[in-house]
Design a protein around this ligand. Structure first.
Ligand SMILES: C[S@@+](CC[C@H](N)C(=O)[O-])C[C@H]1O[C@@H](n2cnc3c(N)ncnc32)[C@H](O)[C@@H]1O
Length: 387
């Protein structure tokens, strides 16, 4: 049984962070749970209004970025007033005024002497933090319009919001055809959360020096290309839907790695399509979260029929129960609703416990869990076939 220690820290008026330290034989890390303290009726009413007007404040921030207002204020550490912002950017003072007043209320700006505005720490994050930029663009470009279809998506168990982009059953079928701006935000989001995990993951996967590696859901080929550069001998096979295979092929060709990487078009929702044999290592990065529990079990059973007990099967995921920072758990939980409305209507960000349960059901056992690598958001599970 893991040992659990709890410590409560008060952060501001409304937030209590309860640090839960868990230690057991295989893990030694920190889990954080976020709890709200009991609010007065007035405080609760204010919190409710923050949600009621949340989309408007969100769009005000987007607009301030698009119009260059936030970057301009960021450059003026001693503050800048509305008239100066308006004349510098050629925007009418009314427009600047309503935006900065909204930003003031949202805690993005502070008002200092002489009616000048400057960025708060939150404003600095919105203006220049890369994680925040990637998340904002993803929410604005990929999720925002589709979120209007949340109720329909839940009722029908289908990504009803996807129709704002095209007639596909899942976003993956349409990914390569999305408009450039949407595609850019989608890929930046996807890559942001996997790229920085890749360095640590390469060391883990190549500890055993696999000769052949299957990259299931290999997407643009980033991981496969990184593998070929990291290890001069490995042969990689990318398995994905036809649209993504075409993109991966082009990228692999551009890197001059065509003899090292092989391609296999497959739709893993079709249980009749079998993963071929021959892998020493199977890699699934941010792939299984694209599916429902029963689909994951079927895909892992498909992997199971393809591998020997000597093969190592790796899953890289951002698990909601294995995060160091409250902001990470908060963002991941919201990402589940992107899966609901845009991606496929039936998947989500899972807990590590759930993924292990599904893996066991498919005939795998956990060999090692490598928690919190990369940006401290990811876990690599190393599995082995048991039966
Ligand atoms: C979120 S991306 C992950 C990409 C990459 N592995 C990474 O870590 O950045 C999920 C990938 O799974 C693929 N995928 C989704 N549904 C699939 C299906 N039914 N069969 C095969 N691949 C699928 C998508 O095309 C996409 O490339």
């Amino acid at each position: 049984m893991p040992k659990v220690f709890k410590k409560s820290i008060k952060l501001g008026k409304f937030l209590n962070i309860v640090l839960v330290y868990m230690t057991n034989a295989t893990t030694n890390f920190l889990k954080i749970r976020c709890m709200t303290k009991e609010l007065s009726i007035l405080e609760a009413k204010f919190e409710a209004q923050k949600l009621a007007f949340g989309p408007i404040y969100f769009q005000a921030v987007i607009s301030m970025k698009e119009l260059g207002i936030l970057p301009l204020i960021g450059k003026h550490r001693m503050g800048i007033d509305v008239e100066h912002i308006a004349s510098t950017l050629g925007i009418n003072p009314y427009g600047v005024g309503v935006l900065v007043e909204a930003a003031l209320n949202a805690g993005v700006l502070e008002l200092i002497e002489d009616n000048k505005y400057k960025l708060t720490k939150v404003g600095v994050m919105l203006n220049s933090d890369e994680l925040t930029r990637v998340n904002l663009n993803f929410v604005n470009d990929v999720c925002y319009d589709a979120a209007k279809y949340t109720t329909d998506s839940i009722r029908k168990s289908k990504p009803e919001g996807l129709k704002v982009f095209g007639p596909w059953a899942t976003v993956y079928e349409g990914l390569s055809q999305l408009p450039d701006k949407i595609k850019k935000s989608w890929f930046e989001f996807d890559h942001y959360y996997s790229d920085d995990a890749f360095k640590s993951a390469l060391e883990i996967v190549f500890e055993e020096n696999p000769k052949t590696l299957f990259d299931i859901g290999g997407n643009t080929g980033k991981w496969s290309i990184a593998c070929c550069k990291y290890n001069q001998a490995v042969q990689v096979k990318i398995l994905d839907l036809p649209g993504q295979i075409a993109v991966a092929k082009k990228n692999v060709e551009d890197e001059g790695l065509i003899g090292r990487v092989d391609f296999h078009e497959i739709n893993l929702l079709d249980t009749g399509q079998k993963i071929p044999a021959g892998a020493d290592a199977v890699w699934m990065s941010q792939f299984l979260d694209c599916f429902s529990e029963s689909e994951i079990t079927n895909i892992l059973k498909n992997v199971h029929q393809a591998v020997t007990p000597e093969a190592s099967v790796y899953i890289l995921e951002t698990f909601i129960d294995n995060q160091k920072y409250p902001a990470a758990a908060y963002s991941l939980t919201a990402t589940s609703l992107y899966f609901t409305t845009v991606a496929n209507g039936n998947s989500k960000m899972y807990s590590e416990a759930k993924m292990l349960e599904l893996a066991r059901n498919a005939g795998f056992e956990l060999e090692v869990s490598y928690p919190l690598i990369g940006h401290s958001y990811h876990t690599v599970l190393k599995l082995r076939k048991t039966k």
